[in-house]
Write a protein that binds this ligand. Structure first.
Ligand code: NAD
Length: 335
């Protein structure tokens, strides 16, 4: 199939070309993000392949459909950037990569926790300047802590395995109990109990209308003083302004973000010669106890290989009229 691949970087091309080495599909790469302004680039392509910050709202989907697209292949797990009701209305099939490497994201989550705890990012900078002082670098032992996991699907489950290795107490909140996670010794509790009882809280649930800003001022007020909050899931799960107030008061003592509410205009681009226009993001950068990575939790060689192979496999299934496991529909999301 002829596929317009949006938001591509050199690493996307490398892994997609390798996955397509048999020449099954014709891939045309665009660096542009898909939006109303760029939709015309996809004219005449039956499939478009997109990533987390491409916009597939009703207007974009209407234009894609008008110009012959009937497959949207997300090369990611989340699908919050697609209007699924509109896709159905326009007869566009939406496919995704539900599990390209849950280990990649859970391992990055652990990296954020350990960096914040032992302050390796600060120590690294100090040593390079000949400052060997330990002032301000005091850490804690993770095994003494209670870890709260919000969302215990594929990534949450892998994260629970890692934290079990530390010997932590673990609490979880998820409307769907995962028996495998329970077997790891994780105790399912209400969201309130998790917020009140955890020293480290890590988000692994999807962004849905019901989870938008689930971590707001009210949720933060219930948390323990000095809590560590980690979000490697989706930026809009967290009300960033409320988090900034909690960082200022000391309620949140550590913040690790791989995702940000308004990341769409910044992440995945080199803006080092530009002035950051987002004042909320700029404020976050001023805190010594905040680490932000630019949506890189997924970014391992294993994950990129799996993403490319599954995405092209999804498109081949649809092209061949086979059953595709990875179709996303509004009905499936609601069920
Ligand atoms: P998954 O579908 O396997 O698991 C999600 C879990 O969240 C499910 O168990 C579901 O029941 C639960 N859930 C749904 N609503 C909830 C709620 N209100 N409260 C608590 N739990 C709820 O998904 P996954 O593969 O584990 O991925 C989780 C999220 O991680 C994705 O939605 C995506 O947004 C994010 N993600 C981020 C990256 C990255 O690079 N930073 C990469 C992949 C995925």
């Amino acid at each position: 199939m002829k596929i317009a691949v949006f938001s591509t970087k050199s690493y996307d091309r490398r892994f997609f070309d390798a996955a397509n080495s048999g020449g099954g599909h014709r891939l045309i790469y665009f660096e542009e993000r898909l939006s109303v302004k760029t939709t015309l680039l996809a004219r005449g392509f039956r499939a478009v392949c997109v990533f987390v910050n491409d916009s597939l709202d009703r207007n974009v989907l209407a234009m894609l459909s008008k110009h012959g697209t009937d497959v949207v292949a997300l090369r990611c797990a989340g699908f919050n950037n697609v209007d699924l009701e509109a896709a159905k209305e326009f007869g566009i099939e939406v496919v995704r990569v539900p599990a390209y490497s849950p280990k990649a994201v859970s391992e990055h989550t652990l990296a954020l926790i350990m960096s914040l705890n032992r302050k390796t990012y600060r120590a690294h900078n100090r040593i390079r300047e000949g400052n060997f002082s330990l002032e301000g670098l005091l850490g804690f032992e993770v095994h003494e802590k209670t870890v709260g996991i919000i969302g215990t699907g594929r990534i949450g489950q892998e994260f629970a395995k890692l934290m079990k290795g530390f010997g932590c107490e673990m609490l979880a909140f998820d409307p769907a109990v995962n028996a495998e996670v329970e077997r790891l010794g994780v105790k399912y509790v209400s969201l309130d109990e998790l917020l009140r009882g955890s020293d480290i809280i890590s988000l692994h649930c999807p962004l849905l209308p019901g989870t938008h800003h689930m971590i707001d001022a009210g949720a933060i007020a219930k948390m323990r003083d000095g809590v560590m909050l980690i979000n490697t899931s989706r930026g809009r799960l967290v009300d960033t302004r409320a988090v900034i107030e909690a960082l200022k008061s000391g309620k949140i003592a550590y913040l690790g973000l791989d995702v940000y509410e308004e990341e769409g205009d910044m992440f995945f681009r080199d803006l080092s010669n530009n002035v950051i226009q987002d004042d909320v993001f700029a404020r976050l950068l001023t805190f010594p106890n905040v680490i932000i990575t630019g949506h890189q939790a997924f970014f391992t060689d294993t994950a990129l290989r799996n993403i490319a192979e599954t995405t092209l496999g999804n498109i081949s299934d649809i092209e061949g009229g086979h059953r595709c496991e990875n179709i996303v529909t509004a009905e499936r999301v609601r069920s």
